[in-house]
Design a protein around this ligand. Structure first.
Ligand code: AMO
Length: 434
């Protein structure tokens, strides 16, 4: 049982047992200090060499940095100690000795490159500014779940081993499934649509998606975490409202509950909850504005994908989160519904941070005949998707939804340079372990 006292709770006048990692040892001659770190902070342990048991002093000062120790002793107020208190030890136990040669320095005094950090995440996570990222991530997921509950959604988990892809054939990871070809799922797309046709009506999921992305960039992962939303009887504008509410809730949760983490990350002055409503630009307006910035060598025309430099130029001009709506039907997937009065334009939308895309979504094609036609137009075999399309013949309401990448959300929220910083053990083209 964990009956130790957290360092943050150690009060003068008490005798406590604290346990944690040896952060630092400072030997000043007659007196030496050991700084012990646990999940709540740090505490100074004082060794007065002439006044204490020699064996205790020797063991305390010989222990290697980052070893796990347990110390029992009286807590006293001490102005000069980093936290205003210190412990004079009666006993000290080395619980787990650390190798004196550490691959990275958790005190942060020596910089390590990202690759070394990711190889040694256990040590890396001992740094407060790294731990803070994951505490923020945890709060984001909590706040998002709460917001989904307020939107009357039910949380689901859909299969990650699947028979077909949905987001374009080139980005699938094939696996062998009892002698048959199968794939790691790219998105809960088809499953979430099947759920809203069931009568549950409002779906959300937070889970992994697998993308065999060719690019090795600071904003692409091969395994990402997606927040998926889908709602029956919603159109794309209502789905955008829900998207805005969820993103805002994530920021509000962090603003309310992560003051300490924002301080650690030096973001107190910069952190702002985005203001609603977010501007909604049509695709046509977006390409006009990008063309007007002169950021691209060639002018964009209707039907072009937005290149990264174009997205950046537009993001800079808009300066806040925004939506791009009314995309050309041809560059949106088969499940996105086109406008009834203009089949060249789709109800698909993206939600953008000024620096990158965070969300894709739209109203879905719920009419069986149109859906099957869409498959054919995209060169997909409707027969392979029969498990999906068949359900559209048993009463499928109109519906809409979206998917939001968790790591991109954290990356943009905290201004991280690389998406890998927001993942515990990232999967990219080079990295398969740890
Ligand atoms: P899409 O493929 O645009 O849409 O993905 C939605 C969001 O997920 C994140 N994302 C990624 N993040 C990191 N690395 C990747 N390789 C990666 N791929 C995607 C992004 C992106 O905006 N089914 C639709 C959603 C829907 O319509 O409901 C979909 O998957 O933030």
């Amino acid at each position: 049982m964990d009956d130790r006292t957290y360092t943050a709770d150690a009060e003068p006048g008490e005798t406590v047992t604290v346990a944690g990692w040896v952060h630092e040892i400072r030997d000043l001659g007659g007196i030496a200090f050991l700084i012990l770190r646990d999940t709540t902070g740090k505490i100074q342990v004082k060794f007065e060499k002439d006044e204490m048991d020699d064996d205790l002093v020797e063991r305390g000062l010989a222990v290697h940095r980052e070893s796990v120790i347990s110390v029992t002793g009286a807590v006293e107020a001490e102005e000069r100690a980093p936290t205003g208190v210190e412990i004079t030890p009666d006993s000290l136990e080395v619980v787990a000795e650390a190798d004196p040669e550490l691959p990275l320095d958790p005190t942060g005094k020596v910089d390590a490159d990202l690759s070394t950090r990711l190889d040694n995440r256990t040590l890396d996570l001992r740094k407060p500014e790294v731990k803070a990222i994951f505490e923020v991530r945890s709060e984001v997921l909590r706040a998002v779940r709460e917001q989904f509950r307020a939107l009357d959604c039910t949380e689901f988990n859909t299969p990650k081993i699947v028979a077909t892809g949905t987001e374009g054939g080139t980005e699938l990871f094939p696996i062998t499934y009892f002698g048959r070809e199968a794939f790691m799922n790219q998105s809960p797309q088809l499953f979430k649509q099947l759920v809203v046709g069931s009568g549950v009506e409002r779906f959300f999921e937070i889970g992994p998606v697998f993308r065999a992305e060719e690019h090795n960039t600071p904003r692409h992962l091969n395994e990402a975490t997606m927040i998926d939303f889908e709602a029956a009887f919603f159109d794309h504008t209502e789905a955008m409202d829900a998207c805005e509410a969820v993103l805002t809730a994530a920021y509000e949760g962090v603003a309310e509950n992560c003051a300490e983490q924002l301080e650690t990350l030096d973001l107190v002055d910069e952190f702002e909850v985005p203001e609603s409503p977010f501007p909604r630009l049509t695709y046509e307006e977006a390409i006009e504005r990008i063309n007007a910035t002169g950021a691209l060598d060639e002018q964009l025309v209707w039907g072009d994908d937005l290149p990264t430099e174009g997205e950046h130029a537009l993001g800079e001009a808009v300066g806040e989160h925004y939506f791009i709506t009314d995309w050309p039907s041809d560059i949106k997937p088969f499940y996105i519904k086109d406008y009834d009065d203009d089949p060249d334009v789709s109800t698909g939308f993206d939600m953008m941070h000024p620096t990158m895309e965070l969300v894709s979504g739209g109203q879905r094609e719920h009419r069986y005949d149109h859906l099957v036609e869409g498959f054919e137009q995209q060169g997909l075999d409707p027969e392979q998707f029969e498990y999906y399309t068949e359900m559209f013949t048993y009463g499928m309401p109109p519906h809409a939804g979206w998917g939001l990448g968790v790591e991109r959300l954290i990356m943009t929220m905290l201004g991280l340079d690389n998406i890998r910083e927001a993942v515990l053990f990232p999967r990219d083209r080079q990295r398969l372990s740890p």
